[in-house]
Design a protein around this ligand. Structure first.
Ligand code: ADP
Ligand code: MG
Length: 352
């Protein structure tokens, strides 16, 4: 079994603490994604699991083993980086087999393992090429192949698709999902891209400033965010936030919407709140509150209308029908009150 458990894990660089006590359980065979803005500590945490960064305090277990002080080579992990770091003078075949060769594995075994990785990654045609004769996506497949041949218990990926263009990124995302399905190994995947996190993960860990903001399945985080940061980070375009004030009995006064909205949330009357509603949960409706359309973006199947309230606050609305708003229009907007989220304006915690 190769579950990964982090227990009160801390990282300090000298006096500067960058990871602030992380507790986390990743199940055997789970695809876990660390997501968060640049600099939040994703790579540091992943490299601590790999053994490439020393763990200052706390404990890391892989399966039943405490690996906290083990060398990277003893941990049963293989890492795939954003930069492919292939040997330019070696063929694809030799790049994939090199690690095993250096560790003294028999030729026949290396051949078999390289053949298996080649099949999984569909690299048959490229085995005799050198990296310079490969596309970015093919190079990244080779570096994934290099991880596969080692037969690790845990795969670690650090932004492996960030150097690829948009189309290849989508293609490789699907390949990595397929790889996980086929191999079934535990995988930890770092990205700043919430779309990658949503599409790949069994479990998402949202990080911010070296702390966990929330852990859950993609849909749990989308439907039930614990705080404004997670609500704004998960989902695209991001959730809209409007200023409001809590009234009696869970009603919220939202000036931009020109109405009191009954939400059923708890909290003291007078509390300043952020009222959250996703673009896909707003509807253009002649009977709704009036907004001015500043600008629209059409992607074909869907458009986004950028609206301005009489308060000056802005709102994005998703539109899909045949009739779509145009810049300069004044439109009505309505929404199902059950789709709204309320956050304390100061603590940014969700009010329920
Ligand atoms: P992410 O991968 O989420 O973008 P990192 O894990 O690379 O973030 O970095 C987390 C924080 O640790 C950042 O504030 C970064 O500046 C700091 N950091 C990373 N490496 C070092 C180092 N070697 N010395 C000092 N600070 C570091
Ligand atoms: Mg990073």
């Amino acid at each position: 079994m190769s579950e990964v458990t982090l227990n009160k894990v801390i990282k300090k660089y000298g006096e500067v603490q960058v990871i602030h006590g992380i507790d986390l359980e990743i199940k055997d065979g789970e695809f876990c994604v660390f997501v968060g803005p640049s600099g939040c500590g994703k790579s540091t945490l992943l490299r601590m699991v790999a053994g490439l960064e020393e763990t200052t305090e706390g404990q890391i277990n892989i399966g039943a083993r405490d690996v906290t002080r083990e060398d990277p080579s003893q941990r049963g992990v293989a890492m795939v980086f954003q930069t492919y770091a292939l040997y330019p003078h070696m063929t694809v075949r030799d790049n994939m087999g090199f690690g095993l060769k250096m560790n003294g594995h028999p030729k026949a075994e290396i051949k078999e393992k390289v053949a298996e990785a080649t099949r999984i990654l569909k690299l048959e045609e490229y085995l005799d090429r050198k990296p310079a004769a490969l596309s970015g996506g093919q190079r990244q497949r080779v570096s994934i192949g290099r991880a596969i041949v080692r037969g690790p218990e845990v795969f670690l990926f650090d932004e492996p698709l960030s150097n690829l263009d948009a189309e290849l990124r989508v293609e490789m995302r699907v390949e990595i999902a397929r790889l996980h399905k086929e191999i079934g190994a535990t995988m930890i995947y770092v990205t700043h891209d919430q779309v990658e996190a949503m599409t790949l993960a069994d479990k998402i860990v949202v990080l911010r400033l070296g702390k966990i903001e929330q852990v859950g399945s993609p849909m749990e985080l989308y439907r039930d965010p614990d705080n404004k940061f997670v609500a704004g980070f998960i989902g695209s375009p991001a959730m809209n936030f409007l200023e409001g004030t809590l009234g009696e009995g869970g009603s919220v006064n939202v000036p931009a919407l020109q109405e009191d909205i009954s939400t059923g949330v708890g909290g003291n009357a007078g509390t300043k709140v952020s009222f959250g509603i996703r673009p896909e949960h707003l509807t253009i409706d002649p009977n709704g509150t009036s907004f001015k359309v500043d600008m629209t973006e059409s992607l074909g199947g869907v458009s986004y209308a950028y609206l301005q309230a009489h308060t000056g606050e802005r709102l994005v609305v998703e539109e899909r029908g045949d009739e779509r708003s145009r810049a300069g229009d004044v439109v009505g907007v309505s929404f199902a009150h059950t789709r709204a989220y309320v956050f304390d304006a100061l603590s940014e915690m969700r009010l329920r």
